[in-house]
Write a protein that binds this ligand. Structure first.
Ligand SMILES: NC(=O)C1=CN([C@@H]2O[C@H](COP(=O)(O)OP(=O)(O)OC[C@H]3O[C@@H](n4cnc5c(N)ncnc54)[C@H](OP(=O)(O)O)[C@@H]3O)[C@@H](O)[C@H]2O)C=CC1
Ligand SMILES: Cc1cn([C@H]2C[C@H](O)[C@@H](COP(=O)(O)OP(=O)(O)O[C@H]3O[C@@H](C)C(=O)[C@@H](O)[C@H]3O)O2)c(=O)[nH]c1=O
Length: 743
C-alpha cells in the first residue's frame, strides 16, 4: 500500500481467508484448519492468479503462542509470509480474528492489552518488512457475541461485560499498534468492523438510535471521539468505563489509516414489537420492550442500506481512507457474484465522486464453515467462496473468474449479473412484512437466459421452478419447440433464444421399454445430446446434460466415482454411456451430470411420492431389497447443477444425495418419517418385480471431484416439508408434470 489519500479512479482488489479462531466453552475452532488451508501453502499461488494486491492474512496469537508468549511457534507465518512477499501480495496481518486470546487470558482480563501488545511487538520484530496490520478484527462484533449474547467465550450476557470487552480490545489495538510502530514506524492500522445499520418501528426508534451509535463505538474510541458530548458517554460510564479510560482514548491518536467495513446481507437489522410477524427465534427484547430483531432485508420494504451508503457514512465520519474489507454472501453462486459486483460498482462510483475508497476485499477466498449458525455449533456446514474446497484441491468458482476480470478490465462479466440479487427482489420480504400494494419489480435489462429442454418432464420442470427462484431467466421448451433429435430444430431454437447455456433435461427414461426399443432410446439419449453438443459448441453456448448410475454394472461393490470405467448392463445404460462419449468429444466444455433415482416435491410419479401415497391409502408396497442406490432429491440436484453451470465447470460429475439404500430401505425410511406403517413395505428380490431390463445390484454414486449434496436423511426430511402441504393422498398431490412413471 502506498498510503496515498489522493483521488483514486479504481479501488484495489484485496482478498481474505476466513480465518476465525474462536473459542466456545473450552474448545477452540479454526477456520483455516477446517478449510485445509493450514496444510496447503500452494493456495497462496492460486490467490495470486486472481490479481489481488493485498491479502488479509492470519498470524493469530492463539495459533502462534497458545500456551505462553515465551514459546511461540512461528512455523506457519515463517512459511507463508515470505511466500506472499515473493508473490507480490501485501499481507495485512491479523493478530486476533474473533478470538478471545489464548487460554491464559480473555476479553475481560485487564492484562489482555499488554499481552497482545507484547505479541504484536514480537510479530513486528520477526517480520519487520510488514506494513499493514489488523490487530483485532471486528472488536465490537466479537464483544457482542462473546459478552452480550453469550455465544462465544467468555460467554458474558450483560452490558457491563460487553462494554468491558470493547474497551479491552480497543486498548489492545492501541497498545499493539504502538508496539508494532516501535519496530515499524510507518505501520498502518487497517481497522475492520461490521457496519450494518439498525432500522425500527417508531416504538423502538430509541433502541435503533442506541444501536446506530453503538456500531461506531470501537472506531470512535480509537479516533478519540468519545468525549463528553458523545451520545454513549453516559451509558459507557454507567457500564464501568472510568475517567482514566475515557482520557486514554481521547489522547490515544489511533484513528485508523484505513477504515475497513465488513458488510453482510445480515448486517442491517430491523426491530419490531409486532412479534406475531416474525419467527420465534428472532424474539427478544430489552428492559422496556419485547421485540423481534430480524434482518432488515427480510422486513424493510425499502431494502438494505447497501455498500455505497456504508462506505460514504464512514468516510464522512472519519475522513480517512475507507475500504470494504469483507465482501461475501452465503448464497447461490450467481447471487454471490451479484453481491460482489454490487460492492465493486458502489466502490467505483464513490471513487469517481472523490471518496477515497482504498479497496474491495473478496472475503472467504476458500469459503467458510458454520457461519449460518454463528459458529456456536460446528457441524461442518460449508459455504464455498472464490474457491470451493470440498474436493481434493481448491476449485475456482465463478467468483474467481469475476475477480480476474475485475483485476484486468475493472469490471466483471457474467450473464447472470443482468438480474438483481435476491436482496433486491420483492419476494425477499417475510410474508408479514409485504406491503399491501405489491412493490414493482425493478426493471430488468433484456438478457439471453438459459434454455431448458424437457418441459413435460420431472427435471425440466424442476429447473424451471428453481431458475425462477434464483432469478435466472429461463426458456422452458417442449419437444414441439425443440426436438433434440433434429439438427434443424436445435439450430433454429438456439438462434431464436440465443441462450448463454442449454440444460438438456430431455431423455428416454423408461428403462424396461428401452430393451424393446433401443433405436428410440439411443436417438433421444445419445443422438440428441450429440446434436446439442455440436450446435452449442459451434455457438460457444454452455451445455449441461444428464447421465445415470445405469452406466455401471454394479460389480464394484463400493460407491462409483467419476473416473470408474463404465460397463452398462442394459440398453438405457448403453445409450447414456454413448451420450457421454459423444458429448465430451463434440463439446469438451460441456457439463455431464451422472445422477440416480430421483425423488422430489414437484412430480407425482417418483418412487418416494408414489410409495407414500400408496401407503397413505392403506396399500402395501413391494420394493427391491437387493438393489442398492443413492437417491437424489431433485431440488438439491438442480441447485448444485446451476452452481456448477455458473462456475463453467465441465466434464463428468456425480451428483446424488449422500446415502446408499435399497429401494425397500428407502420406502421404509419414508414411511417412518411420514409416520406411516412400515409393515406395509414388503421387501422382495428385484426378480419378483417383473423388470425386463437388468439393473446393477449396487449403483451408488459418489464424487471424487468434491461436490456433496446433503445427506439423504436431511433431503427426505425436507421433501416431507416441501410436499406434504400439497397432500400426498390425493391423486394430484404433488403438483407438476406427469412423467415417465405416469399412467
Ligand atoms: N428419473 C430419474 O430417476 C433419473 C433421470 N436421469 C436423467 O435425467 C433426465 C431427465 O429425466 P426425467 O426428468 O426423469 O425424465 P422425464 O421422463 O420426466 O422427462 C423427459 C423429458 O424429455 C422430453 N423429450 C424426450 N425426447 C425428446 C426430444 N426428442 N426432444 C425434446 N424433448 C424430448 C420429454 O418430452 P415429451 O413429453 O414430449 O416426451 C420429457 O419432457 C434424463 O436424461 C434421464 O435419463 C438420470 C438419472 C435418474
Ligand atoms: C414402483 C416400484 C419400483 N420399485 C423399484 C424398481 C426400480 O428399480 C426402482 C425405481 O423404479 P423406477 O421405475 O424409477 O426404476 P428405474 O427405472 O430402475 O429407476 C431409474 O430411472 C432411470 C431413469 C435412472 O437413470 C436410474 O438412476 C434409476 O433410478 O424401484 C420397487 O421396488 N417397487 C415398486 O413398487
Amino acid at each position: 500500500m502506498t498510503g496515498t489519500q489522493g483521488r483514486r479512479l479504481f479501488p484495489e482488489l484485496w482478498g481474505g481467508v476466513e480465518c476465525t479462531l474462536h473459542r466456545v466453552g473450552d474448545r477452540f475452532h479454526s477456520q483455516i484448519e477446517l478449510s485445509g488451508h493450514l496444510a496447503r501453502p500452494g493456495d497462496l499461488e492460486l490467490f495470486a492468479t486472481l490479481g489481488i494486491t493485498a491479502l488479509r492474512y492470519p498470524v493469530l496469537w492463539e495459533m502462534v503462542a497458545p500456551d505462553s508468549l515465551e514459546r511461540p511457534d512461528w512455523s506457519f507465518s515463517d512459511e507463508r509470509l515470505p511466500l506472499l512477499r515473493r508473490l507480490n501480495i501485501e499481507p495485512i496481518v491479523g493478530l486476533l480474528h474473533h478470538g478471545s486470546g489464548p487460554r491464559y487470558t480473555d476479553l475481560t482480563d485487564p492484562g489482555f492489552p499488554d499481552l497482545l501488545a507484547r505479541y504484536a511487538g514480537m510479530v513486528a520484530a520477526r517480520y519487520p518488512w510488514l506494513t499493514s496490520f489488523t490487530p483485532v478484527n471486528e472488536p465490537l462484533t466479537t464483544a457482542r457475541f462473546s459478552c452480550l449474547y453469550g455465544h462465544w467465550y467468555p460467554h458474558g450476557r450483560d452490558d457491563a461485560s460487553f462494554v468491558r470487552a470493547v474497551v479491552t480490545q480497543c486498548r489492545a489495538i492501541v497498545e499493539a499498534m504502538r508496539a508494532i510502530r516501535r519496530v515499524i514506524p510507518g505501520a498502518r492500522l487497517v481497522m475492520t468492523e461490521d457496519m450494518g445499520r439498525t432500522f425500527a418501528t417508531n416504538v423502538l426508534s430509541y433502541q435503533a438510535n442506541y444501536e446506530n451509535s453503538r456500531r461506531w463505538l470501537s472506531l470512535d474510541l480509537l479516533a478519540g471521539r468519545v468525549d463528553r458530548d458523545h451520545p454513549l458517554r453516559l451509558w459507557l460510564s454507567q457500564c464501568g468505563v472510568s475517567g482514566e479510560e475515557f482520557d486514554y482514548f481521547l489522547g490515544c491518536d489511533m484513528t485508523p489509516d484505513v477504515v475497513g467495513l465488513n458488510y453482510y446481507l445480515t448486517s442491517d437489522r430491523y426491530l419490531d414489537q409486532r412479534l406475531e410477524r416474525y419467527p420465534e427465534t428472532s424474539h427478544g427484547g430489552n428492559h422496556r420492550h419485547r421485540y423481534a430483531d430480524v434482518e432488515a432485508v427480510r422486513a424493510c420494504p425499502e431494502g438494505i442500506l447497501g455498500h455505497e451508503e456504508v462506505l460514504r457514512s464512514a468516510w464522512l465520519r472519519y475522513r480517512r481512507e475507507v475500504a470494504l474489507t469483507e465482501v461475501h454472501a452465503g448464497a447461490t453462486r450467481e447471487d454471490q457474484l451479484r453481491w460482489f459486483h454490487e460492492a465493486w460498482q458502489a466502490a467505483l462510483k464513490l471513487c469517481r465522486e472523490g471518496v477515497p475508497v482504498r479497496a474491495v476485499t473478496s472475503w472467504a477466498l476458500l469459503g467458510s464453515y458454520d457461519w449460518c449458525g454463528l459458529l456456536t455449533s460446528m457441524e461442518g456446514r460449508y459455504e464455498p467462496g472464490v474457491f470451493d474446497v470440498s474436493g481434493p484441491a481448491p476449485r475456482p468458482t465463478a467468483l474467481a473468474t469475476a475477480l480476474k476480470q475485475i483485476a484486468l478490465f475493472g469490471r466483471a462479466f457474467h450473464p447472470t449479473l443482468a438480474r438483481p440479487g435476491w436482496w433486491r427482489r420483492p419476494e425477499r420480504l417475510l410474508p408479514g412484512c409485504r406491503p399491501k400494494r405489491a412493490i414493482p419489480a425493478p426493471p430488468h435489462p433484456a438478457a439471453g437466459g438459459v434454455v431448458v429442454i424437457g418441459k413435460t418432464g420431472t427435471l425440466g420442470h424442476a429447473f424451471f421452478l428453481v431458475c425462477a427462484s434464483r432469478c435466472v431467466p429461463c426458456h422452458l421448451l417442449s419437444r414441439d419447440d425443440l426436438d433434440i433429435t433434429s439438427r434443424e430444430s436445435v439450430a433454429a431454437a438456439l438462434d431464436l433464444f440465443t441462450p448463454w447455456a442449454v440444460i438438456n433435461a430431455a431423455g428416454f427414461v423408461r428403462i424396461d421399454e428401452a430393451e424393446g426399443d433401443a433405436d428410440t432410446c439411443f436417438r433421444q439419449n445419445a443422438l440428441g445430446p450429440g446434436i446439442l453438443a455440436g450446435e452449442c459448441a459451434r455457438r460457444g453456448i454452455a451445455l449441461v446434460t444428464f447421465s445415470s448410475d445405469m452406466v455401471f454394472d454394479g460389480s464394484k461393490g463400493t460407491p462409483y466415482h467419476e473416473t470408474d470405467p463404465v460397463a452398462p448392463l442394459n440398453v438405457y445404460g448403453r445409450s447414456k454411456a454413448e451420450a457421454e462419449r459423444l458429448v465430451q468429444s463434440l463439446h469438451p466444455g460441456a457439463l455431464l451430470i451422472r445422477t440416480s433415482a430421483f425423488f422430489g416435491p414437484w412430480d407425482r410419479y417418483n418412487f418416494v411420492t408414489d410409495t407414500l401415497r400408496r401407503l397413505a391409502q392403506g396399500e402395501t408396497v413391494q420394493a427391491a431389497s437387493d438393489l442398492v442406490v443413492s437417491p437424489t432429491y431433485v431440488p438439491d440436484l438442480v441447485h448444485a447443477c446451476l452452481d456448477l453451470l455458473v462456475d463453467a465447470a465441465h466434464g463428468i460429475w456425480h451428483l446424488t444425495n449422500d446415502g446408499a439404500v435399497t429401494w425397500a430401505e428407502l420406502a421404509g425410511h419414508c414411511a417412518t418419517l411420514a409416520g406411516l406403517d412400515t409393515a406395509s413395505v414388503i421387501p422382495c428380490p428385484a426378480s419378483a418385480l417383473g423388470f425386463i431390463a437388468p439393473r446393477p445390484p449396487f449403483s451408488v454414486l459418489a464424487s471424487e471431484r468434491g461436490i456433496a449434496l446433503p445427506p439423504l436423511s436431511d433431503a427426505l426430511a425436507r421433501y416431507l416439508v416441501d410436499t406434504v402441504p400439497a397432500g400426498l393422498d390425493q391423486p394430484g398431490g404433488a403438483a407438476g408434470p406427469d412423467t415417465k412413471k405416469g399412467p
